[in-house]
Design a protein around this ligand. Structure first.
Ligand SMILES: [Zn+2]
Length: 97
């Protein structure tokens, strides 16, 4: 389970981490701290999968089995990257003026 940087307990179910993006922060399940990811860590996490996606698009014939397989592998690598190589951090709560 992804650990919360604030309370060190499990922050959310794995599938929920897949829904996280720099535009979609999520509260920690254990302590309600708002958690998010930076653009940098998000893009790094999905970079390998995205590269395979792009390579597949250019290398294989449209609609071929190879292309479907390449997209599948690229997609899975994007998910794995998000799960295991995307650090989550506390979202800075803006002070009320
Ligand atoms: Zn927490």
């Amino acid at each position: 389970m992804p650990a919360c940087p604030s309370c060190q307990k499990s922050a959310m179910a794995r599938w929920k981490k897949l829904m996280m993006s720099p535009l979609a922060p999520m509260p920690c399940d254990s302590c309600d701290t708002e958690l998010g990811v930076t653009w940098r860590s998000y893009l790094l996490a999905i970079s390998l999968g995205t590269a395979i996606f792009a390579a597949t698009y250019f290398m294989f014939e449209d609609g071929s089995l190879d292309q479907y397989l390449g997209y599948g592998v690229g997609f899975i690598l994007m998910l794995l990257g998000q799960l295991y190589f995307m650090p989550i951090h506390r979202v800075q709560v803006k002070e009320q003026q």
